[in-house]
Design a protein around this ligand. Sequence first.
Ligand SMILES: C[S@@+](CC[C@H](N)C(=O)[O-])C[C@H]1O[C@@H](n2cnc3c(N)ncnc32)[C@H](O)[C@@H]1O
Length: 288
Amino acid sequence: MKITEALNNSYRLLSNVSKTYKLDAEVLLAHVLNKKNRLDIYLDLNQELNIKEKEKFEDLVKQRVTKKPVSKIINQKSFWNFDFDISKKVLIPRPETEVLIEMVTKKFNKKRDLKFLDIGCGSGCISISLLDYFKKSNGIAIDISKDAVLNTQLNLNNFNLNNRLKVLKKNVFSFGTEKKFELIISNPPYLKLSDYINLDHSIKIYEPKEAFIGDNKEGLKFYKEIIKKFKNNLKYNGYLGFEIGDNQFLKVKKLLNLHGFVIVSKHKLINNQVRCLLAKKIKNYALQ
Ligand SMILES: C[S@@+](CC[C@H](N)C(=O)[O-])C[C@H]1O[C@@H](n2cnc3c(N)ncnc32)[C@H](O)[C@@H]1O
């Protein structure tokens, strides 16, 4: 079977399942053929798939027909400069989170020996992207989930970054440290329980519940804890970087201001909701 034929067959099966069925098929086929770039499959559309490749591709397409996310089928997700392994039950890194990294890269000199704390590391995507951009940086990453800790360690191994990140299985509500950081960054669980219930079925099956639910009320529990507890672990003029949920900006801003921070940059989505922000700890501000 030729590549064109395999793609066309898959389009027929996937067009009712996914809005991005062409892209999905390309990614799956590129994975089967070990192509680094999915567009490489178009270099020779007459290339014949051998039996093994054909069967593997058909199996992956079948999995996609059940609505399993493509990145969970291939256990890989592109984020920043890397293809992250996401073989454990961790949150699939989202493109919005890359914006948070980009915001940080604009605030610190690339050559800085940045010390950071990443709260709720998941796949390790935030920490590893920071280690990649700031070559002299090092950090601590915590997560309550064993899968997240293992997955972060797996990715650190894959990219030879083990010696610059300490990964700890810790609950943010009981974890404390004496260390000082220039950056504390977190994409914590921020949904209200009622919003989690309405999420797509496939998210609930393939991604961990504890990555999503902030609390039963406004989803702000993690921000309250992080700001209050870790503000003294930030050096003066250090930054706190958050990803936040819809309609949380004003409440998080109020909390930040109360604890001696000012918001210095924010990123809005097309729906006009602030999704990422950076806040600076102001020198000599009277902290509680
Ligand atoms: C939204 S995910 C973010 C994952 C990753 N940083 C990213 O951006 O893709 C939130 C993470 O917080 C972790 N988490 C949930 N409750 C926690 C707690 N009490 N203490 C530490 N981590 C927690 C989850 O396991 C999950 O990995």
